[in-house]
Design a protein around this ligand. Structure first.
Ligand SMILES: *Cc1c(COP(=O)(O)O)cnc(C)c1O
Length: 373
């Protein structure tokens, strides 16, 4: 059967491996499996949110409030905007989909950093757009500018901080760059890890209200999946000028997040203290990864997120390291698919991280032994 020909150029998104797979394939006891491949909050969901959802489960038979009034009001208050500046998605992934569809067709161009969030390219290709990539793996704004001048672009994606590498541009350099971009080009600032970046270094903080006021051609993306610990509930949002948001509503399916997801997001916004505690623990634990990498002689990218990318140079092959870890019940992300000999590890809880270091020691020993045979 023939399908839309744009799909010939589309790849299937490969999600982090689930715990169930490790149980099935390697016979590891589920309670011994540590999943550090999808940048989830290792401290779990706020107990207040869990309690709220448990009490609401009897409401599952009802459709959610499709206006999402309460959630949008809470977000508007948090970001000092009005609810008309918000669109809610089934994860910020869905908001990316709306934006790409709203702006692109087969003649469009999308400009991204070489190594960045895979969904930008996937949604772009679904729309038939051409994907332009900078040369450097990490965001390099002079390369963005050069390519933009030469080729133009309908959409530019800036991932601040960047997944899967962890680096983050300063707000000031981003603003200088945005001042050079044509008002017809949509610039999407993906702030999936902004809560972490802001905590570590205020120079990285992007204020969505200030961003869209200065640059009406930008849309800011946020998510409840990372710092707010609701990855399983699928809630994200886009923030933009009202005319852009209104256009995106034409693409939104009805009831695009569930009754329980909606309630969870509303409740999670009330427990900022929990979020800040998790972020503080994240960075104290991240120091242990930096020390581990140094001790082992590996380089790593300074991270403003809840994960760290460790590079192996020619000492080890990242896919082998990731595979050996998997067999021992630890799920991490191998970055071979991005052309890097590196792994990305979500920063876990203290106990999880200790186990990761011990298991990595074993893995490196095993791999050396293999070499000597
Ligand atoms: C996790 C992530 C998202 C969105 O996740 P959702 O769960 O769909 O909200 C968006 N961008 C980046 C860079 C991410 O890492």
């Amino acid at each position: 059967m023939k399908f839309n020909k744009v799909l010939d150029n589309c790849k299937i998104y490969e999600a982090g491996k689930p715990i169930e797979l490790v149980v099935r394939d390697y016979g590891v006891d589920p309670k011994d499996i540590i999943k550090l491949a999808s940048n989830e909050n290792p401290y779990g969901t706020s107990p207040k949110v869990v309690e709220k959802i448990a009490n609401l489960s009897k409401n599952m038979f009802m459709y959610p409030d499709d206006s999402m009034y309460e959630l949008k009001e809470a977000l508007a208050k948090k970001f000092n905007l009005t609810s008309e500046n918000f669109i809610i998605g089934s994860g910020s992934d869905q908001v990316i989909d709306f934006l790409v569809k709203a702006k692109c067709d087969e003649n469009s161009k999308i400009l991204v950093s070489k190594t960045t969030f895979a969904m930008y390219e996937i949604y772009g290709r679904q729309a038939g757009a051409t994907i332009l990539k900078t040369k450097d793996d990490e965001h390099n704004l002079s390369q963005f500018e050069e390519l933009y001048k030469k080729e133009g672009a309908d959409i530019i994606f800036l991932c601040l901080p960047n997944n899967p590498l962890g680096e983050c541009l300063d707000k000031d350099e981003v603003y200088k760059f945005l001042a050079k971009i044509d008002k017809e080009t949509l610039v999407i600032v993906d702030g999936a890890y902004q809560e972490y970046a802001k905590y570590k270094d205020v120079k990285k903080a992007i204020d969505p209200a200030d961003l869209i006021e200065h640059f009406p051609n930008t849309v800011y993306l946020g998510t409840f999946s990372k710092a707010y610990a609701l990855g399983g509930m699928r809630v994200g949002y886009g923030i933009g000028q009202i005319n852009i948001i209104k256009t995106m509503y034409k693409l939104r399916p009805p009831f695009n997040i569930s009754t329980l997801s909606l309630a969870a997001a509303i409740e999670a916004l009330k427990d900022e203290e929990f979020v800040q505690e998790c972020i503080a623990l994240n960075f104290s634990e991240m120091k242990r990864y930096e020390e581990y990498a140094k001790k082992r002689g590996f380089s790593y990218i300074e991270s403003f997120t809840n994960f760290i990318t460790i590079k192996f140079d020619s000492d080890y092959i990242s896919s082998e390291v990731a595979q050996k870890l998997l067999e021992k019940g630890i799920i991490v992300r191998d970055l071979t698919g991005y052309g890097l000999n590196a792994i990305r590890i979500t920063i876990g809880s203290r106990e999880q991280n200790t186990k990761v270091f011990n298991t990595l020691d074993e893995v490196f020993k095993d791999l050396q032994k293999q070499e000597n045979i």
